[in-house]
Design a protein around this ligand. Structure first.
Ligand SMILES: [Zn+2]
Ligand SMILES: [Zn+2]
Length: 183
């Protein structure tokens, strides 16, 4: 792609907002609101937040009955993040339906693939073609870059650093964000 490419290399706006949301949640962690944490969020909590509060959270987790049928799907932080995510997608879909240039706005937000898909499920019918077009352009651009990288790597030509990380972020959203299916 040329420099007029639709997708400058930046981060998905929804991923970025959700990372900020998680950081805020960890900073103001309240042991009473947490009972179950998934693997990713247990480690995040262990490494962030107030040590006294983290210990309280872990004590509550230890107190869950052994026979309780708990799994990652019940993680309180995943659930809160997912609610925030859905609210943001809804708001963005609403903004798009009021925008005079929806395609430009979608490009500006640089959505990752999971968030692009979620948005597609929420935009009003008349906006679906623009949304599909924007997602399709991003995907085509990434495909082209990865194809070049694969070819160069096989030919032992130095490859652009960082592209695989950005590709992973585009494919599955930012590291540490459990992007859930819309319910
Ligand atoms: Zn995203
Ligand atoms: Zn979680």
């Amino acid at each position: 792609m040329t420099s007029s490419s639709a997708r400058p290399e930046g981060a998905c706006q929804i991923c970025t907002a959700l990372r900020d949301f998680q950081s805020g949640y960890l900073r103001t962690l309240n042991a009473r609101t947490v009972q179950v944490l998934c693997n990713i969020h247990t480690w995040m909590v262990a490494n962030a937040g107030d040590a006294g509060v983290v210990a309280e959270v872990f004590l509550r987790m230890l107190d869950s009955p052994l026979e309780a049928d708990l799994d990652d799907a019940q993680c309180d932080l995943c659930r809160r993040t997912s609610e925030e995510e859905n609210a943001r997608i809804e708001r963005f879909a609403q903004q798009l339906s009021e925008a005079s240039h929806p395609l430009a706005l979608i490009n500006l937000w640089q959505l990752c693939l999971p968030h692009g898909r979620k948005l597609l499920g929420r935009v009003p019918q008349p906006l679906r073609p623009s949304t599909l077009l924007a997602i399709g352009r991003h995907t085509a651009e990434l495909r082209q870059k990865l194809t070049t990288l694969a070819r160069d790597a096989k030919a032992r030509i130095p490859v652009r650093p960082g592209l695989l990380g950005r590709a992973a972020e585009y494919l599955v959203a930012k590291r540490g964000l459990g992007v859930r299916k819309l319910t």
